[in-house]
Design a protein around this ligand. Structure first.
Ligand SMILES: [Zn+2]
Length: 233
């Protein structure tokens, strides 16, 4: 199992790790700051011992770094890595923006998010909404931007599953999480939203900058798709 340094230090870029497996261009370390693709969220890139990491993926509880070419190092060696911060920070901003929007959609229109894709250039959210009213969606985005400029801390912490099930507000989260997990990782936008989530987020809403609505699409009778990105305010 790879130790997830990115959960412990989401704002750190440099780290060292011991090589566990080298398989062609794929490298597994005992610990990493590289966030792997998963749950609709894109992955970190960067460098490992001078070689480009072009993709990071998950295989069970192992995290695999795909390098541009087979490395000169092997099992048992210590290597240094560096995460591409521009890409990482954009993904963090996009991801927290997605949580903020989903909280507004849920609280204002009682609509559920049915899918999401958090990426660097643009992100998308699918949701259920009977009547398609563009101005209503624009209002949600405006409200989101107001909350961002008011700022709020974003915290991550672990809750014991059993304890979480005793809190009414947490039951939904606890039930939605994979049953094998006895600890739930919670991402909380203070006063706005709580979700069980394995992703990386900015520490303060203000870091998002501004959410920009790019496109709205109809994907069936009640299914809507929203594209957004984040820009400087
Ligand atoms: Zn998330």
């Amino acid at each position: 199992m790879t130790r997830k340094l990115y959960w412990e230090q989401p704002y750190s870029l440099d780290f060292t790790g011991n090589v566990v497996v080298v398989d062609g261009t794929k490298v597994e370390l005992d610990q990493t700051l590289f966030y792997p693709r998963g749950g609709g969220v894109s992955f970190d890139t960067g460098v490992l011992e001078g070689l480009k990491v072009i993709e990071t993926t998950k295989d069970g509880d192992r995290i695999l770094h795909a390098l541009e070419s087979p490395p000169g190092f092997d099992r048992g060696q210590t290597v240094t890595g560096k995460v591409d911060w521009d890409r990482r920070h954009r993904l963090m901003r996009m991801h927290t923006a997605g949580h903020l929007l989903s909280a507004l959609f849920y609280s204002r229109a009682n609509c559920r998010i049915t899918g999401n894709q958090i990426d660097v250039d643009r992100s998308r959210m699918d949701f259920d909404l009977e009547s398609f009213d563009r101005s209503q969606i624009e209002t949600f985005v405006e409200d989101g931007n107001r909350l961002i400029s008011n700022d709020a801390p974003v915290k991550t912490y672990f809750l014991d599953r059993y304890e979480a099930l005793k809190l009414p507000e947490m039951v939904k989260l606890a039930e939605a999480a994979p049953p094998a997990d006895d600890k739930l990782r919670i991402v909380e936008i203070s006063g706005i939203d709580k979700q069980a989530d394995g992703g990386l987020h900015v520490a303060h809403l203000k870091e998002i900058g501004k959410i920009r609505l790019l496109k709205l699409e109809n994907k069936g009778k009640t299914n809507r798709r929203l594209y957004y990105d984040v820009i400087s305010p």
